[in-house]
Design a protein around this ligand. Sequence first.
Ligand SMILES: [Zn+2]
Length: 285
Amino acid sequence: MARMIPETDPLARQVRALARRQALPHAVILTGSGEPLAAARYLAAALLCRSGDQRPCLRCEACRKVMEDIHPDVRVAQDESRKELSVEAVRQLRQDVYILPNEGERKVYIFADCAQLNERDQNVLLKIVEEGPAYAAFVFCAGSAAELLPTIRSRCVELKARSGDEAPVSDQALELCRAFAGGKVLPVAQLLVSWENRRVKREQLEQILQDAWRVCAAALLLREGKAPVAQSGAEESAALSRALSPLRLQKLTDCLHQFAGECRYNVGPGHVLGALTAQWETILG
Ligand SMILES: [Zn+2]
């Protein structure tokens, strides 16, 4: 499975908000310090998703194909062997744009590294961005927007991937981590049941589990005698590193990561909460 950015990435929220308003732009410059290709794929999934609301749904056939990097209407232009894309590659692309999409309603062209586009290439691309068919979308991944000519930039919307500043850990994640640090089955089970009763949403649960995972990962570092980067949840990390053996802590960290991922692939929150309770029992067992 090709990598995509997590739902918690600020860019994912922006893309979802734009998709809801039917306002996904047809030409985008993706900048920022995250993984540009993963961010570009997320955007491509939103453009090609067959689901009515909630795009990308990450479960329809189109989304799955984008995630698996096998969608015929997504082209990634990159040349790992050269510094610049070849003239032929850009020419081929110019012809390809006018061939109708195979499966989707859009065709998405991803330029994995705009540093590979010289001025001549960019001028060719400018024409397609300006005059190409309405179904064609372009995603330019760049270290900074300045890698692109002002003429192209003026036709694109710039979206920034994760800046590196992590949001603070949510209160619910802290509560969960304190329950884990208690080292008992029941308090954790009760907390998870209370969330289920309040019908916690899938996205919210994913965020909680990701946050809790960050706290546990920091606790593991503490256990190994390394100092984690200062972050919210430092107290809870310290408590976890004191309360749990390295093996238990490792297992807990892994299972939080796994369940956060399952939320993303649309496993129901009730199921995830039940499985997490069972897993916690096994870890303590
Ligand atoms: Zn979808």
